[in-house]
Design a protein around this ligand. Structure first.
Ligand SMILES: Cc1cc2nc3c(=O)[nH]c(=O)nc-3n(C[C@H](O)[C@H](O)[C@H](O)COP(=O)(O)O)c2cc1C
Length: 197
């Protein structure tokens, strides 16, 4: 199983990034391969000039094409998801998320904007033809503490439980998803069905 993790925060010290790290560790403990991308690590010019032929963007697209699922994390910015993340999602091909399960993750300063994922990010994932976009996780800043010296980053108990539940659902949905049938195999099956009638 392959998961592509996309961090949408421009900040190096990132609360939504803490949620992504937790998710990555949980998935890796279950034998899932997780490849991580951070929007801030793409060349800004490639994103702002929509360079579809950028080597980094092409590499990202190739891994998304191979993935079973995506973790997409973003801070809430101005009642929506981060614009930097949008510049990357804009460079994915039209049906990039077909056959894939997506778990959206967001952190925000206030629960007033907890629906930003639903009204802003989910329509974009849907436009990219995600097969299944899960309910997702929203955390407010008070629920996540950064790592400090030897002390690892911490989530409050309620958030930790919600994240674990969402990851179980994500893992289960990826395991259950119908596998696309290769065109050659489909042809073979149709031919043998004809002979068996
Ligand atoms: C430019 C900017 C705009 C923000 N706008 C909102 C907002 O509209 N609603 C909200 O709840 N939080 C807002 N926040 C707070 C961030 O969403 C919040 O601190 C988030 O956890 C940051 O995530 P990160 O650490 O992964 O970057 C904003 C922060 C910044 C820097």
């Amino acid at each position: 199983m392959l998961v592509v993790s996309v961090g949408g925060s421009p900040s190096l010290r990132s609360r939504s990034g803490v949620l992504l790290e937790r998710s990555r560790d949980w998935l890796q403990q279950r034998g899932v391969e997780v490849v991580t991308f951070q929007v801030r690590e793409f060349p800004a010019e490639d994103l702002l000039h929509a360079r579809f032929d950028s080597p980094q963007v092409r590499h990202f697209n190739e891994l998304v094409a191979q993935a079973d699922g995506l973790l997409v994390a973003t801070p809430v910015y101005k009642a929506s998801f981060a614009g930097a993340l949008k510049t990357l999602l804009d460079l994915l091909p039209e049906r990039a998320l077909e056959h894939k399960v997506v778990l959206p993750i967001a952190s925000g300063g206030s629960i007033a904007h907890m629906l930003a994922v639903d009204y802003a990010l989910k329509p974009v994932l849907s436009a990219l033809k995600a097969q299944e976009t899960l309910q997702g996780i929203f955390a407010d800043d008070s629920q996540i503490s950064y790592a400090d010296g030897d002390r690892p980053a911490r989530l409050d108990e309620a958030l930790e439980q919600r994240l674990l539940g969402a990851l179980e659902t994500f893992h289960g949905a990826m395991a259950r998803r119908p596998q696309p049938v290769a065109p050659g195999l489909l042809n073979e099956r149709l031919l043998s069905a004809r002979w068996s009638i």
